[in-house]
Design a protein around this ligand. Structure first.
Ligand code: PMP
Length: 385
């Protein structure tokens, strides 16, 4: 009997398994809509131009790799806060984190420290890593309705009804923009209602902003989050730079907490960071800092981000026009759409047409091109009731 016989076997990561299957597929017309990374017309996930330029500067000018601190690159977080929140946010404590995942986990650990065993409300469906992150930090998960797959629409009434069970001190997880996996978002009026609900019921909003700039633009994608932060005294924001700077494997993110107790929160964030990862990896954050610091790099980053967004939204419009059951995709935003396909249909599309998507029917829209949309729609159409 070994020490580790208390462990249960873990399921393999389905999405990563899909990468291997796709690679082994020799059919020329195969289409990869699985893993959630931006792709250009050639199926590449490029290093952004401004990122390359900043990396060249780092290689040339960086004089030390000595430790920073648990907060990471302070200037990075200041400059990124301006992108996320606009000028001069106060009552904010912020630190650099290893990606959006690290930010979510750090925020979850902070909540656990203050309110052990607190409940986090999570809409269904959501990014599959959300529940494990909060659960592994010791928080309780409750789900509420969010998206109705059959009608491809937000089930706001269902959400409000389910949140009727929420109690003061509960946490409400919200995607700031570009919902993963559905692409569906709240209307302005619905965001206002969510703000009122949080205020009236004493819920803490925890906003996951992982795709700023990839929906309707940098400002528009932050608007709902900013509105909520104006309306409420307290909020937690987990930010990822991994999509909008194309830095995925470099693991760049930040966590901000809005409260009247900024210094207390900040001290606890640093203490938690020290025991979780001591300090975050530097390279990607240093790149983001340089991109945001130098006007020319910043302009080029924004331009390339605009082009990425235009590509995604162009594909959305084309998909929406291609089939009546896909019409809602045109009004949704971000990299993903959730199709009303069961696991058998997803499997059959892979086998018969070389169309690869996540098992729940999520497609990465950036994996399409205007040229492959007809073949994709022809393959999918028979399964759309
Ligand atoms: N939140 C959401 C909604 C995401 O889709 C992702 C990435 N898939 C993350 C957070 C985490 O991003 P990162 O890669 O920066 O950890």
């Amino acid at each position: 009997r070994g020490f580790f016989d208390g462990l249960a076997v873990q399921p393999a990561d389905a999405l990563l398994g899909l990468i291997g299957l796709y690679r082994a597929d020799t059919r020329p017309g195969k289409i990869d809509l699985g893993v959630g990374v931006f792709r250009d017309d050639f199926g590449h996930t490029p290093v952004m131009r401004a990122v390359k330029a900043a990396e060249a500067m780092l290689l040339r000018d960086q004089e030390t790799k000595s430790y920073l601190g648990a907060e990471g690159d302070v200037r990075f977080a200041e400059l990124l806060a301006e992108v996320a929140f606009g000028a001069g946010p106060d009552r904010l404590a912020g630190v650099q984190t290893p990606g959006g995942t690290g930010a979510l986990r750090l925020g979850a650990e902070l909540i656990t420290r203050s309110r052990p065993g607190a409940t986090v409300w999570i809409g269904t469906p959501t990014w599959p890593n959300h529940a494990p992150i909060f659960r592994d930090a010791g928080l309780a998960i409750q789900t509420h309705r969010f998206f109705d797959v059959a009608s491809a629409a937000v089930d706001f009434d269902g959400m409000i009804e389910d949140l009727g069970e929420a109690r003061a001190g509960d946490v409400l997880l919200l995607h700031g923009c570009c919902h993963n996996p559905t692409g569906a978002g709240f209307t302005g009026a619905q965001w206002l209602e969510i703000g009122r609900l949080c205020a009236a019921r004493g819920l803490l909003p925890f906003i996951d902003l992982a795709y700023q700039g990839l929906g309707d633009g940098l400002e528009a994608d932050a608007a709902a989050m900013r509105g909520l932060m104006d309306a409420l005294p307290e909020a937690v924001i987990a930010y990822s730079c991994d999509k909008n700077f194309g830095l995925y494997r470099e693991r760049v993110g930040a966590l901000w907490v809005q409260s009247e107790a900024s210094e207390l929160v900040r001290g606890n964030l640093l203490a938690l960071a020290r025991s979780l990862w001591s300090m975050p990896p530097d390279h990607g954050a240093a790149v983001v800092r340089l991109v945001l610091e130098y006007a020319a790099l910043r302009a080029d980053w924004t331009a390339e981000l605009d082009a990425m967004r235009a590509r995604i939204n162009g594909l959305r419009a084309a998909l929406a026009a291609s089939h009546a059951r896909l019409a809602a995709i045109g009004g949704q935003r971000g990299m993903f759409a959730l199709l009303p396909l069961g696991p058998e249909a997803v499997e059959a599309l892979r086998r018969e047409h070389g169309i690869y998507m996540a098992g729940n029917g999520r497609i990465n829209i950036a994996g399409l091109t205007l040229d492959t949309i007809p073949a994709f729609v022809a393959g999918v159409a028979p399964y759309l009731s």
